[in-house]
Design a protein around this ligand. Structure first.
Ligand code: AMP
Ligand code: GLY
Length: 426
């Protein structure tokens, strides 16, 4: 099979690593990819939202399957665009169409979907300029803290948790009146704050059936002990120690099955990954968010635990034969630690030379590139999150220690990482 993978992060490096291991992967192309993905296939230099270039690359390279990594092209309709193209007759696309991708593309859509299918989630209301005054009144009487969410995609920055009413009203005004998040924030979801433990569960669905992939927990805050600003994720662990069969059964019965069945009932064609973000409150799962893709850095711990052939698995998705598949999981614990550029998630420098990338001991660890590129034959930084080191271990502590040890071998100017990933499980 000839495969085109869209994206350029650590998620895509992990997917490229896994896809290329399959005997069924004849050729792998990654667009635009990073310095790491080029070890496993051919990088193509165009953006994930350049639909015409994607289509041309599919024709020129006789692509059989497109795997879409990030949310932006999905929400913009890349799947519908490719599937409906008369020059791409037998192409399979892993990733939902525009309608299904609304699960991530619109928080208001996702909340209404959860309501329609009785999926447990935080209480909420939605507001726009039309009911702005009612929104202010609603905020004044809301319990604290208050969660405000820009409806649309806001590069992971659209959720603001406000500790007092004045702050919430100011933020609400910024979003609706002053377009703080552009179009994405002109509709705002105001949500009850849930206090609990967050976990992420990943599902692959063919629209009829689904399989569960290993669960994970990511570490979003920039600083040690979960302090400081939110980031895309500074590390991840899988499995998550407190997730037992009883909790997993609740998650499947109350959320996952109703979601897959809900999509089917509503005629929302969905072949791809669904990322379920949960808050576990008193052993009960509440849905925080859907993503229409895998997580990053969660993929860098989930995929290394997956023993199945990924090409076969994705082919079963395209053929709606996931009911014939059994997921095989590596029982070992896997953790990843992310190295970021100084200043991230604020301003940071790009183009810094990275040394020691080839020195990782391959026995228990691997290095996935995140924001890197090749310049004048050298690997340089090209993003805030630069690479991550994933390790297998007997425990979370063990795996994190191995990653941290390997981390010493790689250097670039201003490199930083959290050394406490998985701290609450020690
Ligand atoms: P999201 O962009 O939807 O992933 O939200 C970002 C983060 O905000 C989540 O990972 C949670 O930590 C937090 N969050 C979102 N919604 C809630 C909520 N209702 N209660 C508490 N925390 C929340
Ligand atoms: N790590 C969180 C995400 O991928 O959205």
């Amino acid at each position: 099979m000839r495969i085109l993978l869209l994206g350029s992060g650590g998620r895509e490096n992990a997917l490229a690593w896994k896809l290329s291991q399959s005997p069924r992967c004849e050729s792998l192309f990654i667009a635009p990819g990073n310095a790491g993905t080029s070890q496993f296939g051919t990088n193509l230099n165009f953006s994930v939202t350049d639909f015409e270039s994607i289509k041309k690359a599919c024709i020129d390279n006789k692509i059989d399957m497109v795997v879409v990594g990030p949310e932006e092209p999905l929400v913009k309709g890349v799947t519908d665009f490719l599937i409906s193209s008369s020059s791409l007759k037998n192409l399979d696309v892993i990733g939902p169409g525009k309608a299904g991708a609304q699960l991530e593309g619109s928080k208001a859509f996702a909340k209404a979907f959860m309501m329609r299918h009785n999926i447990p989630t935080a209480a909420y209301r939605e507001f726009t300029l039309d009911n702005y005054t009612a929104g202010i009144e609603y905020l004044k009487n809301h319990s604290l803290p208050i969660v405000l969410k820009a409806d649309g995609l806001a590069a992971g920055k659209g959720v603001v948790i406000c500790e007092n009413h004045l702050e919430a009203i100011a933020e609400f005004e910024l979003m609706i009146q002053r377009a703080k998040f552009g179009e994405a924030g002109k509709k705002v979801v105001v949500e009850q704050f849930l206090k609990g433990i967050e976990i992420s569960v990943f599902v692959l669905t063919d629209g009829k059936n689904y399989v569960l992939l290993p669960e994970a927990k990511d570490y979003k805050r920039a600083g040690q002990g979960d302090t400081g600003p939110n980031t895309g994720g500074m590390g991840a662990v899988s499995p998550v120690p407190f997730v037992d069969e009883v909790l997993m059964k609740k998650i499947e019965d109350k959320v996952i099955r109703p979601t897959v069945e809900g999509l089917k009932k509503e005629g929302l064609e969905y072949r791809g990954f669904i990322f379920f973000g949960f808050m576990i409150v008193d052993d009960e799962p509440y849905m925080i968010e859907y993503n229409c893709r895998m997580g990053d850095p969660e993929t860098e711990v989930v995929i290394p635990r997956l023993k199945n052939d990924l090409v076969e698995l994705l082919d079963a998705v395209s053929n709606q034969e996931l009911d014939k598949v059994k997921i095989e999981t590596d029982p070992r614990t896997v953790c990843t630690v992310v190295a970021v550029s100084g200043g991230y998630p604020g301003d940071y420098t790009k183009g810094l030379e990275i040394n020691g990338l080839g020195d990782i001991n391959p026995e228990d660890s691997m290095l996935f590139h995140m924001g890197t590129t090749i310049k004048d034959g050298k690997v340089v930084t090209n993003g805030g999150r630069v690479f991550c080191i994933t390790s297998y271990g007997r425990s979370i502590f063990d795996a994190v220690e191995i990653s941290k040890e390997e981390m010493q071998k790689v250097t670039f100017k201003g490199m930083a990482y959290r050394n406490d990933i998985g701290y609450e499980f020690e």
